[in-house]
Design a protein around this ligand. Structure first.
Ligand code: C2E
Ligand code: MG
Ligand code: MG
Ligand code: MG
Length: 279
């Protein structure tokens, strides 16, 4: 009876779910050659200071899929983390971002720009992650002081001593670190003070309703205060309205990222916005 039910579950499988599974399998197969075939590209989203000046950009990967068009990272990064392709892809992203840094370094009006690169937990945990990053910096000639790596809290479930050693080694070379999506993960305040982090990123889920939800306002306020008392910088992500920015500024936030200042776009678009004060 149970067996029959099991088979029936398969037979009555939700067709929408079945389609999702099929797409995943196809994407998995397609991804295998995508790095080699140059199907990935980076978009850049401005990061601005309290005066609306662009200080740098976050590099966000996209996949120009031969049949599906431009695919967002939410649709393939989790797959790449599962199938291991995040390692070559992550290295490609880092290299492309460092090449962009070098290009900006050669133009006086762009030379101050930083680039933030997202690093998956699996990528960071690789034994030779530090050597990998340093070799990309060397190969490209990028200034490590302009490179920020964004880590997520999920990483912090792993060997803390190893994480601290890697961060410390890269920091010694000038690379800095931000904790992305802060407040959504497995926060333990005791690790925060042990990590050589330069910056916390307030997750956009707290920013979205910061004006209407007093809990979100309290969380945003607390993260800003926490960063300050730990001697870290703080940046709010997902800032879409002037009201949100005003509130965050009144709480002491000094850096912002979000549609209010610019959507992720080409390096050329970022350069244009870097030439003006945005808001
Ligand atoms: P994230 O690092 O938290 O990046 C912020 C995401 O929020 C981006 O989505 C960005 O386009 C979006 N965003 C920015 N401003 C706003 C706003 O004002 N409103 C709203 N609603 N959204 C905003 P995207 O580009 O789709 O990236 C999603 C996630 O994929 C990233 O979240 C990051 O976790 C991951 N990702 C992107 N590129 C890479 C990469 O090169 N390597 C790795 N490992 N992960 C990446
Ligand atoms: Mg990020
Ligand atoms: Mg984020
Ligand atoms: Mg996110």
């Amino acid at each position: 009876q149970a067996k029959a039910a099991g088979r029936n579950t398969m037979r009555f499988y939700d067709p929408a779910m079945q389609a999702v599974v099929a797409v995943r399998a196809e994407m998995n197969a397609d991804m295998r050659n995508a790095v080699r075939e140059g199907q990935f590209l980076l978009h850049y989203q401005p990061q601005v200071d309290g005066a609306g000046r662009v200080t740098g950009a976050e590099a966000l990967v996209r996949w120009r899929h031969p049949r599906r068009g431009l695919v967002a990272p939410g649709e393939f990064i989790p797959l790449a983390e599962d199938n291991g392709l995040i390692l070559p892809l992550g290295r490609w992203v880092l290299k492309a971002a460092c090449n962009q840094l070098l290009e900006w370094a050669q133009r006086a009006e762009m030379a101050h720009l930083t680039v933030a690169v997202n690093v998956s937990s699996r990528q960071f945990r690789q034994r030779d992650f530090v050597e990998d990053v340093l070799s990309v910096i060397q190969e490209t000639g990028a200034n490590p002081h302009k490179l920020k790596l964004e880590l997520t809290e999920s990483l912090l479930l792993h060997d803390m001593e190893d994480i601290i050693a890697k961060m410390t080694a890269l920091k010694a070379e000038g690379v800095s670190f931000s904790l992305d999506d802060f407040g959504t993960g497995y926060s333990s305040l005791s690790y925060l003070k042990r990590l050589p982090l330069g910056q916390l990123k307030i997750d956009q889920s707290f920013v979205r309703d910061v004006l209407t939800d007093s809990n979100d306002a309290a969380i945003a306020r607390t993260i800003i205060a926490l960063a300050k008392s730990l001697g870290m910088k703080v940046i709010a992500e997902g800032v879409e309205t002037e009201g949100q920015r005003e509130f965050l500024a009144s709480e002491g936030c000094h850096a912002y990222q979000g549609y209010l200042f610019g959507r992720p776009g080409t390096a050329e678009a970022l350069q244009e916005s870097a030439l003006q004060i945005i808001v």
